[in-house]
Ligand binder design. Structure first.
Ligand code: GLP
Length: 275
C-alpha cells in the first residue's frame, strides 16, 4: 500500500484531483475504450471534485470518455432528494464537467427489486470491463462505501443496514435528525472495490486518525472494512497530516521518505504513474 501524506486538505485535494486527471490523460480513453472510474460521496471528496472541475475548465481533463460508477446510495431517496447521492454527484461534479449522462451509473435506491438492482450494477461493471480506478473515502469507524463494521471482506453489491455511528455521523446532512437518515443503503461490496485495477482512498481530519491507523498499521479486519485494501496490489491512501496523529512516528517518517519525490503536484504531471 502507498501512503501519500499531504500537509493539509487543500493539498490533498489538489494532489488527488491531479492524479485522477493524469490517469485519465495517460489512458487516452475513447468511446470504444472509456476510462472507468469509481466514485464516492461525503465531505472527503468535495475538495477533489472542486479541483477536478477547475482542471476541466483549464482544459487539463475531459470526462467525455469516462464512465463512472458510484459506490452507494440510500434506499428510499429519489434522485431529486437533496440528500440523495444522485443529487450530490450532479450538484458537486457531473453538472460542471463534460460527462455524458448515459455514462453515469448510480445505484437506484428507489428500485422495487433491490436484489435485481444490485445484480444489474455488478453485471454492468463487468460488462464495462471492470473499474480502472476506484476513488473512496472512509468513515470514522473505517467503513468503505457502506460496508459497515462486520461486513464481508469479499462482499458484492447489496443492501446494507446502516449502523448507529454512521447514522449519527450522517445526520448532519439531515438537519441533525437521526430519524430522517435512511436505515438502509445499497452499496458496492468490499469485493467489488477490490476488483478495481487501482484503489485510491482519501482520509482527512483528526476524526479519521483512528481509522487511518487501523487501515495502515492494523490487521485486516471486518471491523475496519477499509483495511482490506492491504490485500490490493495497487492501493493508495492519500491523507492529510491531521489524519496521521495515531500513526507511529516511524510509519509517518517512512512513508514521507519513500514518497518524497511524488508529493508535489508538478511531479504527477511529469510522471507516467506506473507503480
Ligand atoms: C458515508 C459514505 C462513505 C464515506 C463516509 C465518510 O458513510 N457511504 O462512502 O466515505 O460516509 O464520509 P465523509 O467523507 O463525509 O466523512
Amino acid at each position: 500500500m502507498r501512503l501519500v501524506i499531504q500537509p493539509d486538505y487543500e493539498n490533498l485535494a489538489r494532489w488527488t484531483a491531479s492524479y485522477i486527471a493524469r490517469k485519465i490523460e495517460l489512458f487516452k480513453p475513447t468511446a470504444e475504450k472509456p476510462f472507468v472510474l469509481g466514485l464516492p460521496t461525503g465531505s472527503s471528496p468535495l475538495g477533489v471534485y472542486n479541483e477536478l472541475i477547475s482542471l476541466y475548465k483549464l482544459g487539463k481533463v475531459s470526462f467525455k470518455h469516462v464512465v463512472t460508477f458510484n459506490m452507494d446510495e440510500y434506499v428510499g431517496l429519489a434522485p431529486d432528494h437533496p440528500q440523495s447521492y444522485h443529487f450530490f454527484m450532479w450538484e458537486n461534479l457531473f453538472s460542471h464537467v463534460d460527462i455524458k449522462r448515459e455514462n453515469v451509473n448510480i445505484l437506484n435506491g428507489m428500485a422495487e427489486d433491490i436484489k435485481a438492482e444490485c445484480q444489474r450494477y455488478e453485471d454492468k461493471i463487468a460488462a464495462m470491463g471492470g473499474i480502472d480506478l476506484f476513488l473512496g473515502g472512509i468513515g470514522i469507524d473505517g467503513h468503505i462505501a457502506f460496508n459497515e463494521p462486520g461486513s464481508s471482506l469479499t462482499g458484492r453489491t447489496r443492501d446494507k443496514e446502516l449502523n448507529l455511528d454512521t447514522r449519527i455521523a450522517n445526520s448532519r446532512f439531515f438537519g441533525n435528525d437521526i430519524d430522517r437518515v435512511p436505515r438502509l443503503a445499497l452499496t458496492v461490496g468490499v469485493g467489488t472495490i477490490m476488483d478495481a485495477r487501482e484503489v485510491l482512498i482519501i482520509v482527512n481530519g483528526h476524526n479519521k486518525a483512528r481509522a487511518l491507523q487501523h487501515v495502515v498499521e492494523g490487521a485486516i479486519s471486518q471491523m475496519w472494512t477499509a483495511s482490506a485494501i492491504q490485500m490490493h496490489q495497487r492501493a493508495m491512501v492519500v491523507c492529510d497530516e491531521a489524519a496521521t496523529y495515531e500513526l507511529k512516528v516511524g510509519t509517518f517518517k517512512h512513508f514521507l521518505d519513500i514518497e518524497k519525490e511524488n508529493l508535489d503536484v508538478a511531479s504527477i504531471w511529469k510522471s507516467k504513474l506506473t507503480w
